[in-house]
Design a protein around this ligand. Sequence first.
Ligand code: ADP
Ligand code: MG
Length: 343
Amino acid sequence: MSVTEQTADKMKSEVFGEISLKIEDLCVDFLLSGGDLHAIYHLDFELPAHKMTGLVGESGSGKTTLTSAILRSVSTPGEITQGKIWFENEDVVKLSNDKLRKYRWRDVAMVFQAAQNSLNPSMTIREQFAETILAHRKNAGNKEMEEISKRLLKQVKLEPERILRSYPHELSGGMKQRVMIAFAQLLDPPILLLDEPTTALDVITQDYIFTLIRQMHDRTENTMLLSTHDIAIVARVCDYMAVMYGGRIVEMGDIFTMFEKPVHPYTQMLIKAAPSLVGELKERVAIPGSAPDLMKTHKGCIFADRCPYCEERCRTEEPEPELIGKEHLAACHRADFAGKEGQ
Ligand SMILES: Nc1ncnc2c1ncn2[C@@H]1O[C@H](COP(=O)(O)OP(=O)(O)O)[C@@H](O)[C@H]1O
Ligand SMILES: [Mg+2]
């Protein structure tokens, strides 16, 4: 996974063509009293430009930590202990505070889980939009602010006049989350990170919001990374899918290949366990075993204990991501075998 060409603001990868971010050998540890928890472990990742990439994996697999690391906002006691995050020829890990402030929101915006709670309860939505625009563009005029806010609220199918004069408590959870999605677009960032953006909402509202997010993407063609534990959503709205397990990305590829020909046994199990992808309830197969202990150093493959195809080598050698086919990477010693069996 080497960068073959790097111009002023375009990075190209051998696997995914134009990419917006390139992560190299990233480690994020939570420094706990009992020891270090390796939440992200020597992770390499390329984010395809102008596409929607879904980041999936069980709870605790590292989705939030990875997304926060991209924004350099891992919560304490978490720390980026190693690695690089390339964005437009700069390593985000090393950005000065001044540059970091511009990078957040202007270059990369994030909508996080329960983002709705981060709205200020004592200010109207209009005041909050104005404050955010002014924080980044000191000379923005009132008329311009009003126009931008209204356009963005319309895009998430909210009635601008009513919303702008409301206080957060006057809006439903789904409305607030849509306000946050509009908010994230305020500075037209080339990259948008969405970490479980609908988790607190009911299923129908979730579905509706994902449709809006996809429409927004088609209009702006910005790069999106959408993390969710719901693989069916990814199948419906994303172009690519990356699968996380124990702080690693174990498989990534274009959405068609990932669902038609997944080669990592964990991806295969995730697909089989997804309620809305498998028609008959009885065909659903829960993934046996429990999540790996991230305080431990794993010598071989981190999935070995739960893997039906595990052999001796899997216990001693950590598999590296390898090219399986066009735009398809997997870190599995048994990829050849599991890929054939799993279909
Ligand atoms: N603030 C924290 N303190 C300690 N451990 C944390 C903290 N945040 C996350 N972790 C640990 O890091 C790992 C990855 O968590 P997270 O990134 O939240 O996963 P996901 O978003 O996929 O559910 C988990 O083992 C989790 O327990
Ligand atoms: Mg999370």
